[in-house]
Design a protein around this ligand. Sequence first.
Ligand SMILES: C[S@@+](CC[C@H](N)C(=O)[O-])C[C@H]1O[C@@H](n2cnc3c(N)ncnc32)[C@H](O)[C@@H]1O
Length: 296
Amino acid sequence: MVRSKKNQMHPRNVLRSPPDYTKLAIKYKDFRNVCSLELTGKVTVNFRQERTLRELTKVLLKEYFQLDVDFAPGSLVPTLALRLNYILWLEDLLGARKVNSKVRGIDIGCGSSCIYSLLAAKKNKWEMLALESKPQNIEYARENVKRNQLDGLIQVYAQPDKTDIFKTYFDTAIDEQDYCFCLCNPPFFDSNSANPMGGASRNPERRPAPNNARTGSAEELSCAGGEVQFVQCIIEESEIYKERISIFTSMLGVKANVPKILVILKERGIEHVATTEFHQGHTTRWAIAWSYQQFA
Ligand SMILES: C[S@@+](CC[C@H](N)C(=O)[O-])C[C@H]1O[C@@H](n2cnc3c(N)ncnc32)[C@H](O)[C@@H]1O
């Protein structure tokens, strides 16, 4: 099992030391416009406002990774600390493989930001295949890739069928490459439930309400059966494509879903499994990896 230290960001996460918002506000006008200035001269950020979160993510991507990113109106605004924790965990999982050969990865549901693929390409020069089903997100993701001159490393594929993961791509594309890993931040909510977006991801008695505003559309954040069903689809397709992809991974929004996925993997006789936790202040996420061969 690969685990991060309790309640801490990954040791290589650049956001482990909180950013200096005052410095950022002085440097970036658009960010300054959504900040508040206290009488002491200190700049504060209201994480409960969507437009503030948008500008903050944009500014952090620019400051730390020289990435110029835009998000489709109403779409999910990704938080950088979490995405970085995931990429850093993948680096750890890939271990020696990363150093010795070209790394290719698949980003399942890249969103309008295409954030995981942009970070992977910019930071590590990994080649990324980004799959996305929502037309507006595909358009923005492609624009983000182009604006950052990362077209040589990232391909955004328009997923025609939302119930598919890799199938349509591998069946139709002229691509004989093998991939080291796939990553995914799956649609979380169950679109079949009575109140799909009303579901809570945390136990309010044990953990306080999140500091951040919720962003993203129902189409991006929900699917039939929620995240367990989505990851189950990845597991089912992983059996077909185990020769093409070495390590399959997914993030999970609810701790209680981790044992459910472990049971599914066990029932299918998949032995090489790792889990981890991603800590970002008040927010914790979980991730699971499986492979048909030994890790690293
Ligand atoms: C929770 S969002 C994650 C977006 C981005 N990866 C992030 O972490 O910020 C899930 C994304 O997956 C897309 N999606 C849903 N089902 C898909 C499928 N079968 N294939 C590709 N993309 C899918 C949605 O449109 C949405 O953009």
